[in-house]
Design a protein around this ligand. Structure first.
Ligand code: TUI
Length: 315
């Protein structure tokens, strides 16, 4: 499968791994890149110098292009913005904000810049600011989400910009890949399916939750108190946060509950107090595989579907 994304990034598959905070470190990123996709190291979850070390570890593990995801709400953004230039990272994806002010420096360094956008408006602004592509991320995704579904967001973003669009949110098999391509996307970004990969370094409890999740097992917090909307697997933690939000808790009270909750999930496997971020597609992710098999399965199924579907429908 060849698209402007395989061309732009020089990769076999037009597939990016989501820049999952606390989760995405050098082992996972290098595994995805070695498998023919684009692995990402999450920038937001550690001091900037630790991320520099992760970048160097990934360089030792792969000679393929990989990237860094910069979560723009994180306090080390300024520092990380410089580190990706100094380390000559191939790709930067951004989330949770507008990366406009860093764009010039990144482009001058030859970095391919691909912001995540939850809306047509931000997609247009990112194109004007010089982005190489955008990731249109629907609210089926895990973690911090916007309001629009992948099915509705992707074609509207495709119509609004000329740069290539990567679809994200709810994609974990060949059917999702084929659907994204039919919506006009030229690539996919996937997170949840890589949580259930052999190379992913999260606590076993986290992997088990993803593997066992059903279609309706995620909940969105942060929709009432003006904080960030976050999708994660339902547990005692989400019940408590949502109860407090509905009961009129202040922003500070909610923050006290949520602070450190992702770390508790990823590192401690704390089933009671952790925020196990995952997308709605977790219900369909039932198998632990190496990254190489994940991408091979998705692309062989997707390519077959794209070739055979019209005939199967009698067209
Ligand atoms: O960023 C993500 N997903 C994330 S970040 C994260 S860490 C976190 N933990 C707790 C609370 C909040 C974050 C976990 N998952 N996805 C990309 C994404 N970007 N989703 C939504 C957005 C977004 C939202 C608003 C991007 C831009 C934006 O507006 C910018 C503007 O200035 O208009």
């Amino acid at each position: 499968m060849k698209t402007r994304i395989t061309e732009l990034l020089g990769v076999q598959y037009p597939a990016l791994q989501g820049g999952m905070a606390w989760v995405a470190e050098s082992t996972l990123a290098a595994a995805v890149s070695n498998a023919g996709g684009v692995g990402l190291i999450a920038g937001g979850s550690a001091p900037a110098e630790v991320i520099r070390e992760e970048i160097r570890k990934a360089k030792a593990l792969t000679d393929k292009p990989f990237g860094v995801n910069i979560m723009l709400m994180s306090p080390n953004t300024e520092e990380l913005a410089k580190i990706v230039v100094e380390e000559g990272v191939a790709v930067v994806t951004t989330g949770a904000g507008n990366p406009g002010k860093y764009m010039e420096a990144w482009k001058a360094a030859g970095i391919k810049v691909i912001p995540v956008v939850p809306s047509v408006n931000l997609a247009k602004r990112m194109e004007r600011a010089g982005a190489d592509a955008v990731i249109a991320e629907g609210c089926e995704s895990g973690g911090h989400i916007g309001q629009t579904t992948t099915m509705c967001l992707v074609p509207q973003v495709v119509d609004a910009v000329s740069i290539p669009v990567i679809a994200a949110g709810g994609i974990a098999d060949g059917r999702g890949l084929a659907a994204a391509m039919m919506l006009g996307a030229e690539g996919v970004q996937m997170g949840t399916v890589f949580l259930a990969s052999e190379e992913c370094q999260i606590h076993e409890n986290y992997k088990d939750l993803v593997l066992k999740a059903k279609d309706t097992d995620s909940a969105v917090t942060g929709q009432i108190c003006g904080g960030a909307a976050v999708r994660q697997i339902k547990n005692r933690y989400t019940k408590k946060v949502i109860e407090q939000e509905r009961g009129g808790a202040t922003f500070e009270q909610i923050e006290n509950l949520t602070i450190g909750s992702l770390r508790r999930a990823v590192k401690d496997g704390d089933l009671e107090n952790g925020s196990f971020m995952a997308g709605q597609i977790a219900g369909m992710v039932n198998e632990l595989r190496p990254c190489e098999k994940i991408l091979r399965d998705i692309f062989s199924e997707g390519e077959e579907l794209l070739k055979a579907r019209a005939a199967a429908l009698g067209l």
